[in-house]
Ligand binder design. Sequence first.
Ligand SMILES: [Zn+2]
Length: 264
Amino acid sequence: MWLNRLLITAILGPELARWKARARAPVVWWRDDDARRPTPALDRLLALSSRFEAPITLAAVPDGDIQALAQACRAAGGVELAIHGFRHENRAPPGRPSGEVNDLDRLADVVLELGTALDVFRRAGTPASLFVPPWNNIHPTLRAALALHGLELSGYGDLRNVDEPARLDAHLDVLRWKPGPRFRGAARFLSRTRRLLTERRRKGLWDEPLGLLTHHLDHDEATWRFLEAFLPVVKPVSRRSIVGDPVARTGRDGPRTLAPRKAG
Ligand SMILES: [Zn+2]
């Protein structure tokens, strides 16, 4: 713990001081992926979120027990549930990047799949307004289907695309994935954090959010311990406080339900 604190001070300290000197603080939000049902790891995640009053957007796969998940999240408070794919199934042709939607899928079918996923969350009493594509694979057909349902999108990247104001990505993955998931390492993770903060400061993008990405089911002990040191420093805020409420923003009563268009 002391080592994590020391590294945070050494690597992020000078950059955060430059923000403070301009009376600014980075806008950080937190997304966690791959939830399907309540587990001991989920309990640990929710306890961490409560302890540091850090709201969390939990991307959940609709084929799980969303009812039980929603109940656990309601009890914890400060959790927004998002849709994380349909079955988190890799349907990419061999040799192509992993993804759930591919070139052979018809728009009408993807629109229907999305409608089914939305129903799962609605029935669990937690209507979703955000979609998080597994493997960050934003296939054009998926993008079109999301637009038809009025769903917002969250991927993984560096800076926000100005053409997509409601899109809020994650930027800081606390894990490395090859050959298997494990903590990225404090120095590596903090160096990326510093680089993205410096970029925002130099461009004057003080309010450009920075998204922390976690996967509670894959955390090793080092990851949990690092988060305990990192969360109180960056003080995440809720996604809603950044992108606003969809009803307030569009004046609509939640997501639209449109008849699927012909694929094309
Ligand atoms: Zn995932």
